[in-house]
Design a protein around this ligand. Structure first.
Ligand code: RIB
Ligand code: CA
Length: 328
């Protein structure tokens, strides 16, 4: 009986999702059962092709399941955000667009293919057949998981834990009130928050305290292997974008959000300052649409549903990625 942690990763690949996939595949404590794709950073076709490109770069054999190409309902309202108007590509007097994520990752086009089954039904089939020993790691919008919960609510009793990259309390990005993964599909996020499944939320409050710097990317590049090079390239791109769109305290650094969620699966000590409280999502479509509402009070009105991490151990996280990449 393997004592590895079984996970299903749900991604909107994206540069930081790509690093998360590589680390999940390389981490010996993790058994990466499958990767599911969803619309988010880019349209579904892009996030799926990018995920397959990372699989091929790793010469990996995990299956990839294609998921939902639209948020559940929020795009039905023309007054709500929809699409990709969230994370800015231009601020202030910038002339040129700058994106955190290229249309396609700058690695060879994929040769592998997605599985036939839709990601939502893969979740349902796999979780219902399981012993309840699978951890879900969504690092994009929660559309796939929420759809599966709506179709077959019984899966909630079969999920060991959800360790999600998403949300923000004192840190935001898409709007003054919201973080992108939640903002992109707020109703999906609320369905997950109401699911009763144990949730650890790895929000911007944590990921912004675990940034990767150009000093670090030099070390990844010096490793002289495809994973080190890819981590360096993707992260240098993020540093370029963040320095213009959302400068971090260290201007030559950027968060690699999704990889921190994977690190937290294998090493919970990577997260710090966790608060077990009630977390809900605003989906009213107003100024705070997609806000992560973290109840700070000692006596909350609804059952506590989430361990929210307000901080992270940057040194541990970055060293963990270096150790994994160096072994390739
Ligand atoms: O807000 C950061 C999150 O949004 C990350 O998961 C990034 O990949 C984007 O999906
Ligand atoms: Ca992501």
């Amino acid at each position: 009986m393997s004592d590895k942690i079984k996970i299903i990763l749900d991604v909107d690949t994206g540069t930081d999702d790509a690093v998360a996939i590589m680390m999940a595949y390389l981490e010996e404590k993790i058994d990466l059962l499958a990767v599911c794709t969803v619309v988010g950073n880019k349209p579904l076709e892009n996030t799926t092709e990018n995920t397959l490109r990372v699989k091929d770069l790793l010469k990996a054999d995990f299956p990839v399941y294609k998921g939902c190409g639209e948020a559940m309902v929020c795009n039905l309202n023309p007054n709500r955000h929809g699409g990709f108007k969230g994370v800015r590509t231009k601020v202030g007097d910038m002339k040129e667009d700058v994106s955190m994520h290229t249309e396609y990752l700058d690695i060879p086009a994929s040769t592998s293919k997605v599985e036939k089954e839709h990601a939502v039904f893969y979740y349902i089939d796999t979780l219902m057949k399981s012993d309840g020993d699978i951890t879900l790691v969504p690092v994009g919008p929660l559309t796939n998981l929420a759809m599966a919960m709506r179709i077959q609510p019984e899966i909630c009793g079969k999920i060991k834990e959800i360790v999600m990259m998403g949300g923000g309390c004192r840190r935001t990005n898409s709007t003054p009130a919201s973080e992108f993964n939640i903002w992109h599909d707020p109703e999906a996020a609320q369905i997950v928050m109401d699911s009763g499944v144990p949730i650890r939320m790895v929000p911007l409050d944590a990921t912004h305290n675990a940034c990767v710097s150009t000093d670090d990317t030099k070390e990844f590049r010096a490793m002289g292997n495809p994973v080190g090079d890819a981590v360096a390239d993707f992260t240098d791109h993020r540093i370029m974008a963040y320095s213009q769109l959302q400068p971090m305290e260290r201007i030559d650094s950027a968060p690699v959000h999704d990889a921190l969620a994977v690190c937290a699966v294998a090493y919970p000590e990577a997260l710090k300052d966790l608060l077990f409280t009630r977390v809900d999502i605003d989906f009213s479509g107003g100024f705070a649409d997609g806000q992560t509402i973290v109840d700070p009070r000692a006596f909350v009105d609804k059952p506590r549903n989430c361990h929210f991490a307000f901080d992270a151990d940057r040194e541990f996280f970055v060293q963990w990625m270096k150790d994994l990449a160096r072994k390739v």
